[in-house]
Design a protein around this ligand. Structure first.
Ligand code: SAM
Length: 470
């Protein structure tokens, strides 16, 4: 990667960096047909680009996408004050990019932690408020040691005793002291600071889960707070008019968003059989008093069930994604774009090309696939889907809404019919297409036969598997 000095020198000598050329390209205005062609001029790998600027770095989040993906579509396909939606917004990458580029945005995620992080990343806080907060934290720090006497009381007061298994008594005591201080901040009606502090606390807990005990918790927390304040202050200086941001903690299959109101959707859904978000964030959620069990029930793509027949996960996933795409169609204005970023995954050594399923299913519900862009993921960067381990590329599916869909997301008969068609197609494909296995690991002949039988069984259970649980 070029150093800042080299980059500055290159600019000085008249040689533009890839990043500068990219920014020039997306800042131009184009006609719609040209806009689509501009997508071909972009190097989607975004190698060596700066990706963790401003509020993007507030909190780790598995399988987030790089900001340049939403940024590109926001810049090219919307104008200022338009409304951008991410129905599965995770840590709010799309929302932050909309915010920085003077677009209104709506973010939705069933994970309450995701909704909290997204909100905090797009909420500017006044300097006086930060002054009050810093004083409060200074008092907390000064009296922190005295609080060790109350460790047992604290452990008993924890939202869930499971937590005590991964943190030692000193760590628990300190985290509780921070939590109590934040509750005081809330009682004193500084709600935005309360949320801001909870994100810093959650980010501290994330570091503890990743690095174990032995970290100085209060110092780490205070460092995070300072870092976040600095980034928000910088953002405040950039934003001229504050765009509207609405964050909903809800289900993408039942969006609380008005029909035909959205100018662009950019989203990345969970992958089938890849990661349970509720598990990744369990400790954070417990500490913040959030209901991870409710989220677990509604999480799309989770893999902790259907252990004996993993292909049932696929039909369940396709059903959930079809419902979500129907909702995307409903809220999007006609002629506008819906961009879905997803990687391949695997089930029983069979390759699952989710983007292909999405493209075909969407054609039934008023979308026209415009383009599918392939991109390599830089595996050295933690923010990518490479977190999950086996995914090192992803696809950007670009679709245009051509019609208002005639079906509704809770039409089980329709969902059942489309998923059945997809599963039958998948069964036929693995019979005839060689090399459908992932990363060169082909299923043996025996396993292939077993898989075909399992898919047939999964087709039988579609009516129950596609039902929305909970
Ligand atoms: C790949 S992540 C999105 C990451 C996001 N693009 C970012 O940059 O942070 C997928 C998200 O889908 C969310 N999700 C899972 N099931 C959901 C549901 N039923 N409704 C809404 N969101 C859901 C997960 O909580 C997760 O945040």
């Amino acid at each position: 990667m070029k150093t800042l000095y080299e980059t500055t020198q290159a600019t000085f000598l008249g040689e533009k960096t890839l990043e500068q050329k990219y920014l020039e390209l997306i800042n131009e205005e184009y006609s719609f047909s040209k806009e689509i062609n501009i997508l071909d001029k972009i190097d989607w790998d975004f190698k060596d680009f700066t990706t963790q600027y401003l509020t993007h770095k507030f909190h780790s989040y598995p399988a987030r996408f790089i900001p340049q993906i939403p940024l590109t579509f926001i810049k090219i396909f919307t104008k200022e004050r338009d409304t951008v939606l991410d129905p599965m917004c995770g840590c709010g990458t799309t929302l932050v990019e909309a915010f920085l580029n003077n677009r209104n945005s709506v973010g939705n995620d069933f994970n309450p932690l995701a909704a909290l992080i997204s909100k905090v990343k797009t909420t500017l806080i006044d300097e006086n408020e930060f002054r009050y907060f810093n004083k409060k934290l200074a008092v907390m720090k000064r009296y922190l040691d005295l609080d060790y006497r109350r460790v047992d009381e604290r452990i008993n007061n924890l939202p869930n005793r499971k937590i005590s298994k991964i943190f030692n008594r000193v760590v628990i005591s300190k985290l509780e002291a921070i939590r109590e201080t934040l509750l005081e901040v809330k009682e004193e009606e500084h709600n935005e600071l309360f949320d801001f502090g909870r994100v810093a606390l959650s980010s501290t807990i994330w570091s503890l889960v990743e690095n174990g005990n032995g970290v100085n918790v209060d110092d780490l927390f205070l460092k995070k707070v300072k870092f976040m304040q600095n980034k928000l202050n910088k953002t405040t200086k950039i934003i001229k008019i504050i765009p509207k941001v609405k964050v909903i903690c809800g289900d993408a299959r039942k969006l609380k968003v008005k029909t035909n109101t959205i100018d662009l959707i950019v989203t990345s859904p969970p992958y089938v059989n890849a990661l349970d978000y509720y598990r990744a964030h369990m400790y954070n959620m417990l500490w913040l008093g959030m209901d991870f069990d409710l989220f677990r029930k509604h999480e799309i793509g989770g893999h902790s069930h259907f252990i004996t027949n993993r292909f049932r996960l696929l039909s369940e996933y396709l059903g959930d994604m079809l419902r979500s795409i129907i909702e995307m169609n409903r809220v999007l204005k006609k002629g506008k774009l819906c961009v879905i970023v997803v990687g391949n995954s695997s089930l029983e050594y069979e390759l699952i090309e989710s983007h292909k399923f999405f493209a075909t299913m969407s054609e039934n519900i008023g979308f026209k696939p415009v383009k599918t862009i392939f991109r390599n993921i830089d595996k050295t960067k933690k923010y990518t889907s490479a977190d999950i381990g086996k995914i090192d590329d992803e696809y950007i599916l670009v679709m245009q809404k051509t019609n208002d869909t005639e079906v509704v997301a809770n039409d089980d008969n329709f969902i059942e019919g489309v998923v059945k068609e997809q599963m039958i197609g998948f069964r036929e494909q693995i019979k005839i297409v060689q090399g459908t296995s992932i990363r060169g690991r082909k299923p043996t002949k025996e396993r292939l036969l077993k898989n075909i039988n399992k898919i047939s069984e999964a087709i039988e259970t579609i009516p129950q598997d596609i039902k929305v649980k909970g």
